[in-house]
Design a protein around this ligand. Structure first.
Ligand code: MN
Length: 261
């Protein structure tokens, strides 16, 4: 085989980014390819699923998550039926989860209905990889993960995890991964938390365009800044952190299922 025909390998991992919320969706997908960023493009509504899939059909590095964001559940609870319709064709699911912050607490019961319904459907189908939001709801998210038995045949990544050290330890024991962005690494409390997590459960993310740096939205290729901070917290070189994260991604996607499409 001609080496030039071999599949290129990724350099970076952005496991939670809203590519469809940047002004030029197609351009940012092309940039992820150029920079070789293995990117999980999460969606906030299942209505965005088909278009995201069309644009990334031949992409070596961008995968799409089928999502229904907990912050949108108050207006979009009914869309869970659409999510269930697409679910058999989705390996990646997100952004889903729970948000008990002051702005979204009122819809918390509806969020739990939607989240548990998605978890049970994923557990029934198996071989899913979920990116989960857990603002002020880490303990509840863990209870639902346990009850659904999802982790017996699927994987969960806690995105922008801000729970306690004890909750993080519990999540790691259950088999969860954590995706870490540069914004959370600006907080001393969360730096300590990330330093306490096993390196083999860490992935990086940007959560762009919601996370900003110096007044502009971060891009997937900016994820090297999170890699650098993780390296510092774990007292290893940037290269060692980057390669640990790539190998974590590899174990994540090859565990319990066929290789990435
Ligand atoms: Mn997000």
């Amino acid at each position: 085989m001609n080496p030039a025909q071999q599949k290129p390998s990724p350099r970076w991992v952005d496991f939670h980014c809203h590519l469809d919320l940047y002004p030029d969706h197609e351009a940012i997908i092309a940039e992820c390819e150029l920079a070789r960023v293995a990117t999980l493009a999460v969606t906030t509504t299942p209505k965005a699923w088909q278009r995201n899939c069309e644009l990334t059909m031949n992409s070596p590095f961008v995968r799409v998550g089928l999502g229904l964001h907990p912050q949108l559940v108050s207006e979009r609870e009914g869309e869970v039926a659409l999510l269930e319709r697409y679910l058999p064709s989705a390996r990646y699911v997100g952004e889903i989860g729970l948000d008990a912050g002051p702005r979204f607490y009122r819809s918390f019961e509806a969020q739990e209905r939607v989240f548990t319904r998605i978890l049970y459907a994923c557990a029934e189908q198996g071989n899913k990889i979920l990116s989960i939001h857990s603002v002020r709801a880490a303990a509840k998210v863990l209870v639902h993960l346990e009850k659904s038995n999802l982790l017996e045949n699927s994987q969960a990544i806690l995105h922008w995890f801000t729970g306690t050290v004890a909750e993080a330890r519990r999540a790691a024991e259950l088999g969860c991964y954590f995706s870490v962005n540069e914004e959370m690494l600006r907080s001393a409390k969360h730096r300590k938390l990330i330093g306490s997590l096993p390196l083999n459960r860490l992935l990086t993310e940007t959560d762009g365009p919601f996370v900003q740096s110096k007044g502009t939205a971060v891009h997937p290729w900016d994820v090297h800044r999170a890699v650098h901070e993780i390296a510092l917290l774990h007292s290893i070189s940037d290269e060692a952190a980057a390669s640990a994260i790539l190998s974590n991604l590899k174990s994540l996607v090859t565990t319990g299922g066929p290789a990435l499409r």
